[in-house]
Design a protein around this ligand. Sequence first.
Ligand code: AMP
Length: 308
Amino acid sequence: MSVLISGTVALDSVETPFGKKDNILGGSAVHAAVSAGFFTPTSIVSIVGEDFPKEHLDFLEDRKIDTSGIKRVKGQTFRWSGYYEYDMNQAHTRDTKLNVLTEFDPKLNDSQKKSDFVFLANLDPEIQLKIISGLNKPKFVAADTMDFWIKSSREKLHEVIRKVDFILMNESEVRMFMETPNLPLAAKRLLEMGTRAVIIKQGEHGALLFTQNFHFSAPSYPQEAFRDPTGAGDSFAGGFIGYLARTGDLSDGNLRRAVIMGSVMASFNIEDFSLDRMRRLKIREIMERFEEFRKFSEFEALSVAHWV
Ligand code: AMP
């Protein structure tokens, strides 16, 4: 089954301890779609300005990502600029220029309305709600958000959470949003708001999945080739939902595998700036790293009788 992804298509300026790059391809929808596209046909709903380089759209189309839902309008493309210090789990925003995003009024075409799997990547919650209302009985909708929207649109974000199956946030955002340092408690409060499951992304430390009936923890990957964490959360989400859409299996066991697949995709994305590592990535490498992840957290049971 295919995946529909809404979010930003952006030009980023990023500085990490490993370098500085200006006006590179980024955006929550781009990172998520490229990751999901390894598993299943993917389309994007978003907006760009007339300054958005055609080569970036060509790159997405070459990867068979449907870009017909990316509207090009007069004005400037969304821009994000930020930096990371040695703790690369924490992005520091220098500037966010919404530009054409302020006039984005998403209109889904007939096939997008019928999408079964939908990922609402980081975007104005008001726009996320418009997309939800345009959908025709989707099987599975997940949404992501970040501090920028928690601060500016808290109420609308509550409404999004009540309407989606899965909510993804990173750990500092979940603490900020639920006003508690305790992650299991924060997840419980989110579940009480109506979403079926919560994924808390912990950057290089892994990810946590909370549902009403079980909890799962994905291990961290000992990544030595770590250059730029931008887009890690979206690559995680794209791998997670792309894998679920490809298998069509929403059982508990497959949700666990999907969380690992998300972690695998994020671990590749951070190896280089922008989408550069994803451009070179091969499906075989993805499967080999999935197996590495599986081994990290494999351990054998102890015999209780021996100890008590
Ligand atoms: P992440 O996966 O959280 O690292 O997402 C990084 C991407 O999110 C960058 O490529 C940015 O272009 C994009 N981004 C940054 N700020 C926002 C925002 N406020 N809303 C939507 N997308 C954003």
